[in-house]
Design a protein around this ligand. Structure first.
Ligand code: ADP
Length: 341
């Protein structure tokens, strides 16, 4: 899925690794969060202590993992990567925590998916750098306290609402990442294009920026397809031999992959077109809509609709989903008047 914000493969992970900004000053956008982070990290360095625990919340692909790496890099600290779903028992977490070295940054991605028992262990670890380990079973079981090295926990979550309050409260700083503006995405793309050795002009970059749903991960992924296109179809006379791309090659490449001018994919378009043509713009109920496009209603509600609402093509009303005037315009259609229905 070219437009899915989640990471799609190991190959993409490697590709992203090559494009990841390594310092706060290279990190584009999120100006407020960057300022807050900078202050927090500098203060910790001045006092010679580990920085407070940090939580990054926001949709996939906006830079949570990247920022976690930067937190470690800026403070010259080692980084340990872990993920919530892999922590199924308190013991899994105890093993990680007890092996941390002083000052280490522990990154837990998808922290809302950690086992409940591990979550509870984490409370004490975050607060007192200490855990209690149960030794033995039944009546003879005793809990043995274990001192931990001071560390900084960096958590990432796409669902901050699912974190229990006691966990959320133990983070000294919570940053909510926002979708990126077009000019910020252009900066992300400019940087990535130069790392890829792709010769591409501003107009072409702006065209990609407008189609990547406010998400740097998608921006980089679309750029990669454009790079392929340039490699195969342009004359490769550019400085690096990686090809040159202009607005025409961007349009052609993205049309090939069904990414339209607003960054809608095939399913987004199917949903909108059914509302416009079959239901004359709505309102139409979620279930009826789902059956009409042959998708699960959960997929429509959680994956398709949020973006359509965000870019102003769709509104949710108590009576159902309604297409906006912008939607009619984007699809080049007009509502049928009552008489012609
Ligand atoms: P998340 O952890 O939120 O899913 P990542 O940190 O893995 O997102 O970022 C996905 C990709 O987007 C990475 O390749 C990263 O280089 C790029 N990226 C994200 N945010 C930025 C940014 N602000 N500036 C430059 N590149 C970014």
């Amino acid at each position: 899925e070219l437009l899915a914000p989640e990471l799609e493969s190991d190959a993409e992970l490697a590709f992203e690794g090559a494009l990841r900004p390594a310092s706060l000053s290279e990190f584009v956008g999120q100006v407020k969060v960057r300022g807050q982070l900078q202050l927090l990290l500098t203060a910790a360095t001045m006092q010679g202590r580990t920085p407070d625990h940090i939580l990054f919340a926001g949709p996939p692909g906006l830079g949570k993992t990247t920022l976690a790496m930067i937190v470690a890099q800026e403070g010259n600290r080692p980084l340990r990567m872990a993920s919530g779903p892999a922590i199924q028992h308190a013991g899994d977490l105890a093993a990680v925590l007890s092996s941390l070295v002083p000052g280490e940054v522990l990154f837990i991605d998808e922290i809302h998916r950690m086992a409940r028992s591990a979550e509870e262990m984490l409370y004490l670890a975050m607060e007192d750098f200490r855990i209690d380990i149960m030794v033995g079973k039944g009546a003879g079981a005793t809990s043995v306290p274990l001192e931990l090295a001071p560390f900084t926990l960096v958590g990432a979550t796409t669902r901050a609402g699912l974190l229990p309050n006691p966990l959320r409260d133990r983070f000294g700083f919570t940053a909510r990442l926002e979708f990126y503006a077009d000019d910020e995405l252009e900066q992300v793309l400019t940087r990535a294009a130069s790392l890829l050795g792709l010769d591409i002009d501003r107009e072409a970059l702006a065209e990609i920026a407008g189609r990547c749903r406010g998400t740097p991960r998608i921006a980089n992924r679309l750029l990669r397809r454009v790079r392929d296109y340039a490699l195969v179809y342009s004359d490769r006379s550019g400085p690096s031999g990686a090809g040159t791309a202009d607005i025409h090659s961007v349009r052609a490449a993205l049309e090939l992959y069904d990414v339209d001018a607003l960054g809608l994919d095939r399913l987004d378009r199917a949903v909108m077109q059914i509302i416009l043509t079959r239901f004359n713009g709505g309102p139409v109920g979620l279930n009826t809509l789902a059956v009409s496009v042959g998708e699960e209603s959960e997929t429509i509600e959680a994956v398709v609709e949020p973006f359509l609402v965000r870019i102003g093509l769709l509104t949710r009303t108590p009576r159902g989903r309604v297409a906006t005037p912008d939607a009619w315009q984007h699809f080049g259609m007009h509502p049928a008047s009552a008489g012609t229905l």
